[in-house]
Write a protein that binds this ligand. Structure first.
Ligand code: SF4
Ligand code: SF4
Length: 210
């Protein structure tokens, strides 16, 4: 009987603690985490580091803190940058800084020169999206549809048999290039009329003095 009472008391204690922790998690949830999570969900999770951060999560955190641009992720491309702009109400900028007349970097895919591959498997280990297939001491190849063009497999290859090539544009891959209209600050009509009135006042007082 005493054992049963002890079990009931422990179960009730665990339930009470669980409920308190659950309530606290919802009641005191930090809003920043919510935004970071939404940003992270848009990022492609390739963890390639091309954005200049150690992975997708640190980049998402930097965006949430307004410390990073939203167009630094080549695997996410313009589509990802546009989603981030919509989510955060920021101005859309094409990936690779194409805004200042610089051509946007074309989407790349890895190609293994299979005859030269020695089957070391280092590229498989480097690929964050499992886009390379092969086995030890066997030829390796890239699954085009999965490759994000992150280039992480290029450096580890000891025989330098991996090339990055632009993805050829086909009817299936073509996307309409949205025109980018830069946002410029303009004077409000009331400010303009106020400035004109001030200029007229200054001119008339100048004429009186003369
Ligand atoms: S195959 Fe190479 S370039 Fe393509 S996603 Fe994998 S690591 Fe990146
Ligand atoms: S790193 Fe280079 S040599 Fe090694 S398996 Fe990959 S493609 Fe082949």
């Amino acid at each position: 009987m005493e054992i049963l009472t002890a079990i009931v008391v422990m179960a009730l204690g665990a339930l009470t603690l669980g409920a308190a922790l659950g309530y606290a998690a919802i009641r005191f949830k930090v809003e920043g985490d919510l935004i970071t999570g939404k940003i992270e969900a848009i990022l492609p999770q390739t963890q390639c580091g091309q954005c200049g951060f150690a992975g997708c999560k640190p980049y998402a955190e930097a965006i949430a803190r307004d410390e990073a641009e939203i167009n630094l992720c080549p695997p996410g491309g313009d589509e990802g940058a546009r989603k981030l702009a919509d989510l955060l109400g920021r101005e859309f900028k094409p990936v690779s800084g194409g805004g200042d007349g610089e051509a946007a970097k074309p989407k790349l895919t890895a190609i293994i020169r299979e005859a030269e591959c020695i089957g070391c498997t280092l590229c498989i280990q480097a690929c964050p999206v499992d886009a390379i297939v092969g086995a030890a001491r066997q030829m390796h190849t890239v699954i085009d549809a999965l490759c994000t063009g992150c280039e992480l497999c290029v450096k580890p290859c000891p025989v330098e048999c991996i090339d990055m090539a632009p993805v050829p544009e086909t009817l299936a891959t073509w996307k309409y290039a949205y025109p980018v209209i830069p946002i410029k600050s303009v004077e409000r009509a009331s400010d303009v009329s106020h400035n004109v009135a001030a200029m007229n006042d200054a001119e008339s007082s100048h004429q009186k003095v003369a």
